[in-house]
Unconditional design. Structure first.
Length: 257
């Protein structure tokens, strides 16, 4: 899966403003103290990572298919929530009666709990997209991967009022066997994508729509973003591509869980 080169740079600025280096370090230390050494390959969750109560393990394979079957698509929205763009994305989805999966970055969810609750209230699903949006996290220690996944899970669940993320999407597709196993043990199905709209590069709405139209035969899960900069092109592309997909006979669903 493609890695978005700009993802870590923009998010580093947001993370520094939202949390500060001290908080991150403290979070990592706290997780390590509770979960054991980095060399322990058995995923363990901290007590604070489960405000939603007991969880049921799910499959560890990376999901791409749709629960609605072969002629359906899954709209997935990454990196938010963002106060400027998430409401506009929600408006377009509501206009066309489409439900989506929002892959949220932990500190963004913590900073905007009202938006997380709006996403849930509108019938969309939540996905854990880590704390730092580190596209190189597959090169980092298991303790680091655990901190990224579990702390984001906690932040998202608390921001939602107790609704847990159902999926885990590694930034840039940087999955590892360990991160997939850990997420699955927490009830979060690893989530991939089949069609990258390339909206992160802001190529223009025309290019995004053309990409989706060309590549949707490759598979149902389509990637867009609602944070990380100006997403006006994404909003416009969604406004055009959703009715086009409906016109082609596609239904809209959620990824297999």
């Amino acid at each position: 899966m493609a890695r978005h080169g700009g993802g870590r740079g923009w998010y580093g600025k947001v993370l520094g403003a939202a949390l500060g280096v001290t908080v991150l370090a403290a979070g990592a230390s706290a997780w390590t103290a509770q979960a054991g050494s980095a060399g322990d390959s058995s995923p363990r969750a901290t007590a604070s990572a489960a405000p939603g109560g007991d969880v049921k393990a799910v499959g560890v394979t990376i999901a791409h298919a749709s629960e609605k079957g072969d002629h359906a698509v899954n709209i997935t929205i990454d990196d938010g929530p963002d106060p400027a763009w998430t409401p506009q994305v929600l408006d377009v989805l509501r206009e066309y009666g489409v439900k989506a999966t929002f892959c949220m970055v932990g500190p963004q969810a913590k900073a905007h709990p009202d938006l997380v609750k709006k996403v849930v209230a509108a019938g969309h699903r939540l996905c854990d997209h880590t704390v730092s949006h580190d596209t190189a996290m597959d090169t980092k220690s298991e303790a680091y991967q655990s901190q990224q996944i579990l702390d984001a899970e906690r932040m998202i669940t608390e921001a939602s009022g107790g609704v847990r993320p159902m999926y885990y999407r590694a930034p840039g597709g940087a999955f590892t066997p360990y991160s997939r196993k850990l997420a699955a043990s927490r009830g979060m199905r690893p989530l991939g994508w089949n069609v990258d709209s390339k909206d992160f590069e802001r190529p223009g709405a025309d290019a995004m729509v053309a990409t989706v139209q060309r590549e949707v035969p490759n598979g149902p899960t389509i990637l867009f973003h609602d944070a990380g900069g100006d997403r006006s092109q994404t909003v416009e592309a969604l406004r055009r591509v959703l009715p086009w997909l409906k016109g082609q006979g596609y239904s809209f669903g959620f990824p297999t869980h």
